[in-house]
Design a protein around this ligand. Sequence first.
Ligand code: PBG
Length: 328
Amino acid sequence: MGIESPYIRPRRLRATPAVRRLVAETRLHPAELIMPMFVREGITEPIPVSSMPGVVQHTRDTLKKAANEAAAAGVGGIMLFGVPAVQDAVGSEGTNPDGILQQAIRDVVAEVGDQVVVMSDLCLDEYTDHGHCGVLAADGSVDNDATLLRYAEMARVQADAGVHMVGPSGMMDGQVAVVREALDEAGHQDVSILAYTAKYASAFFGPFREAVGSSLKGDRKSYQQDPANARESLRELELDVAEGADLVMVKPAMAYLDVLRQLADHSPVPVAAYQVSGEYAMVEAAAANGWIDRDRMILETLTSIRRAGAGQILTYWGTEVAQWLRNS
Ligand code: PBG
């Protein structure tokens, strides 16, 4: 082979839109997208989340509208987060059968429950006044086993409200087993569990704190994983699958594609990824400055997350991207 005339030419498969389309290994589909939505108690107009341009805290009415838009665009799921009017030390509103999240579950199931999978965040940080994902022990640390009792109760009220899939996201040891047992004992054998399996103590969750009105002081490093570590994600995978997880998730997504790939290679259940608030905010902020091509970058990030092994992706662009995909 002469250097001036190679006979192996990979560029042939890149030459035209038709051939690129033919050989693409990764495709995005609306059904794999899950749209997170925030609903806030006691408001009459939606409130924009300033650190996430385009994202709002919904009223119950605008949530229904957004759920219908998402379903019409063909998304596979909607993940609901409740923002209560009152927070306290144990997160009482999280287990109030008429709490905002439970109302939202009933609303969204009634609107679009026959078309999409309705999911709910199962965690206490939206509900506690100290902002931690669990209840505190006397010394101020997050009490794992006392928190599990609260999660069991949350699972029951969310399932009673009709949710299809719960997402325990607090990174307490044993949370999937406790949630599974609570659901089964209450007759909710058919409610499934999307386990936050590899969840890191991440700066990428920053804008989410504003979205749910969480006033966390300090950090979550004593229960969320160290960004330095990949191996313990495999241990969490084993545990969550053994405890009864139906799907497992990696979070955040883009800074953890190696972890996602490892879980995808080892998991016997579907592996999802959460493109979190900070990932969204970075792209929107750069786009607002005219520094990047917003739409291309959104599709590239989602394609990369799929390529790394995610079967499902939670993304705040879920409805919009589903609409693009439908129209293309
Ligand atoms: C916990 C929870 C968090 C997110 C989803 N579920 C916050 C945290 O663990 O600190 C973050 C999602 C995002 O940043 O988009 N309830």
